[in-house]
Design a protein around this ligand. Structure first.
Ligand code: HEC
Ligand code: HEC
Length: 357
């Protein structure tokens, strides 16, 4: 471990610099303090409260059964505990529902990074045929028919207009408040030596050393804002499910994937860039509060952290050129898990549910 100039600017941060072949990367773990706010955006508590109500409002779905919280449930780490997420009745989703914790820290949204701002993202699930299947013009009128909402939109946006743009702004403001609070790692990095147990510290050394996890999982949310083709296998539970395949082809058609009608596997980032190197590449997910959001990977193929660690230990999926086998002992794998579960879990605070008008 080599301490470099980052230490001077980063105060009490533990700085780990890994020598990778001949290049030396300054990558490190950072205390997580707050979600960065895009400079041009103003976010008030009233806006956040309105966004919270909309987030829990089933009116946002076509058949009135589903809210954002159905698939991003505060009691399940803002995910839904399924391998492949829930979906609009009679359809099938095709990917795992990611946690929304610390989402303000993500440069790219979705497993393939196809959206870049929370405001843009929020309208996608409402319109999506296999998620909420709502018509947004209809939704605007539906919300406008509720006097309490009109009052609140007036308070937050001045003109009281219940446009989809205003809804997206309010929902995004609420999402930025979802953070992993006061993790032991954060306290440790800010100088509290006792915040981590001896085993968690050993796990952190393996994470930053022999297991090389830190090459991609670094910074405040433990993610590098990049995409890597680890060749995670297709989830065998869905490979032959016609509704799953229909959803995949439907999305691929939307992204002008020429051979969408014969598509049988998730193309990952390739769908967006059409660049061969992005075939089956997915965004590095953040790892804070990872213990709360099983199952893992874009398709939920691994039910536990143990299975996920084993995947990395054997050098990733077939024919990938990114990862190499790590040769971890059982004890090292155990310590890695202790680090992830103990050090990266935020405090559990009771969630205050809104009253939806
Ligand atoms: C039926 C389930 C479902 C519903 C309802 C749903 N989502 Fe999601 N959400 C998902 C899935 C699955 C993904 C990942 C999709 C992908 O990567 O292709 C996702 C991704 C996201 C992301 C990106 C997360 C990340 O890590 O990049 C955000 C933000 C988000 N949803 C917010 C919302 C909001 C806001 C609503 C309500 C307007 C909503 N979702 C409704 C299932 C759902
Ligand atoms: C080369 C970059 C890279 C390295 C090195 C790496 N990861 Fe990852 N990690 C990723 C990517 C990309 C994914 C998402 C894969 C997917 O969804 O198909 C991921 C997914 C995960 C997940 C699942 C997260 C979730 O929310 O589903 C965990 C847990 C994880 N990594 C832990 C580790 C550990 C532990 C190590 C070290 C043994 C490690 N990673 C090394 C890039 C990396």
């Amino acid at each position: 471990m080599r301490v470099n100039s980052f230490l001077k600017t980063a105060g009490a941060c533990v700085v780990v610099s890994l020598a990778l072949s001949s290049i030396s990367y300054a990558i490190h773990l950072e205390p997580f303090i707050f979600s960065p706010m895009p400079r041009h955006k103003v976010q008030t508590p009233a806006m956040t409260e309105l966004g919270k109500k909309l987030f829990f409002d089933r009116r946002l779905s076509g058949d009135g059964t589903t809210s954002c919280a159905t698939c991003h449930n505060p009691e399940q780490g803002y995910s839904d505990g399924q391998d492949i997420s829930q979906s609009y009745p009679s359809t099938r989703n095709w990917r795992n529902s990611p946690t929304l914790l610390n989402i303000g820290h993500q440069k790219y949204l979705f497993h393939d990074g196809r959206a870049q701002s929370l405001e843009d993202q929020a309208l996608f699930p409402m319109m999506s045929a296999f998620e909420m299947n709502q018509n947004l013009d209809y939704l605007e009128e539906e919300i406008r028919s509720v006097p309490a909402y009109v009052e609140e939109f007036k308070k937050v946006f001045g003109d009281g207009d219940t446009t989809k743009e205003h809804m997206a702004i309010a929902i995004a403001a609420f999402e930025r408040t979802l953070i992993s609070e006061n993790t032991p790692l954060e306290r440790y990095l800010l100088g509290d030596e006792k915040a981590l147990s001896a085993d968690a510290k050993k796990g952190m050394d393996i994470f930053s050393g022999k297991a090389k996890c830190i090459e991609c999982h670094y910074g405040p949310a433990l993610a590098d804002d990049r995409f890597h083709a680890l060749n995670v296998p297709e989830n065998p539970a869905y490979r032959d499910d016609p509704r799953y395949i229909a959803t995949m082809r439907f999305v691929a058609k939307g992204w002008h994937f020429t051979d969408y009608r014969t598509l049988k596997e998730d193309p990952g980032r390739y769908l967006i860039t059409m660049d061969r190197k992005d075939w089956k590449a997915f965004r590095t997910p953040p790892l804070l509060d990872i213990a709360k959001t099983a199952p893992y990977m874009h398709n939920g193929i691994y039910a536990t952290l143990e299975e996920t660690i084993d995947f990395f230990d054997r050098g990733g999926g077939q024919n990938n050129t990114v990862l190499k086998p790590l040769g971890l002992t059982d004890e090292e794998k155990r310590l890695l898990k202790v680090f992830m579960v103990e050090a990266l879990s935020g405090e559990d605070r009771p969630f205050k549910y809104p009253v939806v008008p």
